[in-house]
Design a protein around this ligand. Structure first.
Ligand code: FES
Length: 124
């Protein structure tokens, strides 16, 4: 089952306007995550504009049908963050429930979890 990494590509961290403004912080993180996830089995990426966590960008979501889903935020768009996000998503994809043991969490995602969403019930 595919685990999706959804990256907000409109996030701007504090002081963004004083930097190059060539791209948003979210676009920078998205490019790094996409590159890190290329070719990995069971992990796909997509971009969206705003996950409604704008005050604590950069924000992403980790989701798969029938599993625990997560939102994470306050990422600096760098290779360390991208690597941690993708490593966690791969472990999420390999888990039957979406729960990844804490001992397997990459250091760079610790402290970035915002919410956890239980899977929806199967019944209508
Ligand atoms: S702009 Fe990224 S969460 Fe709103």
């Amino acid at each position: 089952m595919t685990t999706w990494i959804t990256i907000c590509d409109t996030c701007k961290r504090e002081g963004w306007e004083s930097r190059t403004m060539a791209q948003t912080d979210g676009e920078a993180l998205a490019a790094l995550v996409e590159a890190a996830a290329t070719g990995l089995p069971g992990v796909k990426t997509r971009r969206v504009s705003c996950l409604m966590g704008c005050k604590s960008g950069c924000n992403i979501a980790i989701q798969a049908q029938g599993k625990l889903n997560y939102t994470l935020g306050d990422f600096i768009p760098d290779a360390d963050a991208a690597s941690g996000i993708v490593t966690y998503a791969l472990a999420h994809a390999q888990s039957t429930t979406g729960q990844v043991p804490y001992r397997d969490w990459p250091q760079s995602i610790k402290g970035h979890f915002v919410t956890r969403h239980p899977p929806l019930p199967d019944t209508e």
